[in-house]
Design a protein around this ligand. Structure first.
Ligand code: TRP
Length: 321
């Protein structure tokens, strides 16, 4: 079975965009691949400098994966920082990474363009990500469109390494979930922690309802026909329930006579239906810190076992052993 590997940064509370854009499609791959899911806490360290918060988001993300159906007996779930082979490999790979290529990485270029203070961590982020992937010989990397360049950088690094030492590293393929377009946030821009426009997963019903009612809509009156495709509330609903199930609401909005409040109510109810049970499981995992930690420790052990022979070969090849 081929290995599929994907990670999420615990840079904030897990939100609906993480679920629809990443977690749900990634969990769907478990039937087809041997799946490795991990929490990229050292990647989050590029932006989050608050230990308690990072630890909390990491735990919440682990609980989220489990609540949403990750089967930890089959798939691996681990925390990046529990696998020291990853930063070790990252150093080795950095010696095969062209500086020019990192200069052209979007995330780094954006940070520079916005005149933000750029740490070396932000700059070498793609190298650590390559190590995440190459340490395990993952063939398939399911990611959002915004991560495609990072996987290309990983491929380039692996090829350069292999060019010198032979075919030791598996050159991975990015799998971009084509049907998953950008998930809009409350204000209509991409749902992202950095825009502060997210719908956190697993809010209690009251707070969830309040947030849903705050989703941006235009001022088209109830009677008037509306364009569902232009409304974040409808797009979120469609992502959640699927195109077919959403056709009815689209029709009503187009016909006029259905207001945005009704669309919001439909979204709220769909969220309760799809995520209600997962919320209960999430709360159980969060309430039992040692059970959660035990899952992560077992995942890390298995991940290290999987990485060990490849790491051995890599160290030997470069002359470190
Ligand atoms: N950079 C990814 C993101 O921000 C997260 C990530 C880190 C990742 N390492 C990875 C994704 C390895 C896939 C494979 O979304």
């Amino acid at each position: 079975m081929k290995i599929a590997l994907t990670g999420i940064k615990p840079s904030g509370p897990p939100h609906l965009g993480n679920y629809l854009g990443m977690i749900r499609p990634a969990l769907g791959l478990a039937a087809q691949y041997r799946c490795l899911y991990f929490i990229a806490d050292y990647h989050a360290l590029t932006t989050l400098h608050d230990g308690a918060a990072l630890r909390q988001h990491t735990r919440a993300l682990a609980a989220t994966w489990l609540a949403l159906g990750l089967n930890a007996d089959e798939a691996l779930l681990y925390r990046q920082s529990d696998v020291p082979e990853i930063p070790e490999l990252s150093w080795i790979l950095s010696c095969f990474t062209s500086k020019g290529m990192l200069d052209r990485a979007h995330a780094y270029k954006d940070a520079v363009a916005q005149n933000r203070e750029v740490s070396v961590g932000v700059y070498t982020y793609p190298v650590l990500m390559a190590a995440d992937i190459l340490a395990f010989g993952a063939q398939v990397v399911p990611v959002g469109r915004d991560q495609k360049q990072h996987v290309e950088i990983c491929r380039d690094i692996a090829q350069r390494f292999n060019h010198v030492y032979g075919e030791l590293l598996t050159v991975p393929e990015a799998v971009i979930q084509e049907e998953v377009e950008t998930i809009p946030g409350l204000d209509g821009r991409k749902m992202s922690k950095s825009y502060d426009n997210t719908l956190p997963l697993f809010l209690d019903s009251g707070r969830l309802r309040k947030l849903v009612m705050r989703i941006a809509t235009d001022s088209t009156p109830v009677e008037a026909p509306k364009d569902p495709e232009a409304a974040p509330v409808f797009l979120l609903y469609r992502h959640l329930v699927g195109r077919e199930a959403a056709a009815g609401l689209a029709e009503k909005l187009r016909a006029g006579g259905t207001g945005w409040a009704a669309a919001k109510q439909a979204l709220f109810e769909a969220l309760e239906t799809v995520l209600g049970e997962a919320r209960t499981r999430y709360e159980q995992w969060m309430a039992d810190g040692s059970a959660l930690e035990a899952v992560l420790q077992r995942g890390a052990e298995r991940a290290r076992d999987l990485a060990a022979p490849r790491m051995d070969a890599i160290r030997r090849a470069v002359g470190a052993r």
